[in-house]
Design a protein around this ligand. Sequence first.
Ligand code: BDR
Ligand code: CA
Length: 308
Amino acid sequence: MRRKIILDCDPGHDDAIAILLALASPELEVLGITTVFGNVGLEHTTRNALVVREVAGVQVPVYAGADRPLVRDRISAEAVHGASGLGGPHLPTPTGQAEPKHAVLFIIEQVLQHPGQVTLVPTGALTNIALALRLEPRIIPQIREIVLMGGSIDIGNWTPSAEFNILCDPHAARIVFEAGVPLVMMGLNLTHQTVAHPARIARFRALGTPVGRFVAELLEFFREHHRRRYKWEGAPIHDACTIAYLLRPELFKTGLFNVEIESNEGLAFGRTVCDYWHVTGKPPNCTVGLEVDVEGFYDLLVERIGGY
Ligand code: BDR
Ligand code: CA
């Protein structure tokens, strides 16, 4: 049976590639794409989800969700992703629209309809997921797993302590990490291993297909920021690590740890505090990605993107 997933995202270059990877993979049944504010505002992230659906040529429903965090002020990342959120390639005009239902209600409905079967894959702020858990706590024991991109076991990227997605809404992240749902965290310590340097980008271009070119152009734009900012050879494809993990868990080395979210507004606001050495005695609540077979990751991605 295909694994049922909901992609909860803020596209975003790497979100877009995660969506394309999921929609190209017969092992997965994408029930819907839900959007959240994040890299850019909700109007843009929702439009971008529709754009990516158009590029993929797959009629998966899109639902717009939260346009702001629960408590803190909204932050965004136009400097990384461009004003539209998907700088680089020509973006087709979406033919369809988002569904009228709120993303949070869609998530609740799907989990209740398919108890124990739905995996949530958040690659943006955790606001929609937290709202769903609070609005309908009956879903908590019925979610199969949450496989998210966010956090880090060590350094952040938006502050010295915090990764962008978690920092977007630390209070929501805290609700999610404390919920007791099986959790997998693909944080920066892992995703930074997936840098898309020019030879890797060339593999997508060499596919000679419109989707291959679209991915290459996304990665070329994304690369520029990372070259300027970090002097890296390219950008990590953070968000696609979640889908790759669902498809090929054997590509990943993981560990089981206690992870808590710092939700106090100090120096470590938004940090995913990972008890790596098990010094607290607190029970583990999260499977944490530690290492990825990066060549295997790219082989998978190129194979699936080549399937369009
Ligand atoms: C995360 O932040 C966003 O800019 C990316 O899409 C990714 O989800 C990396 O910190
Ligand atoms: Ca994202």
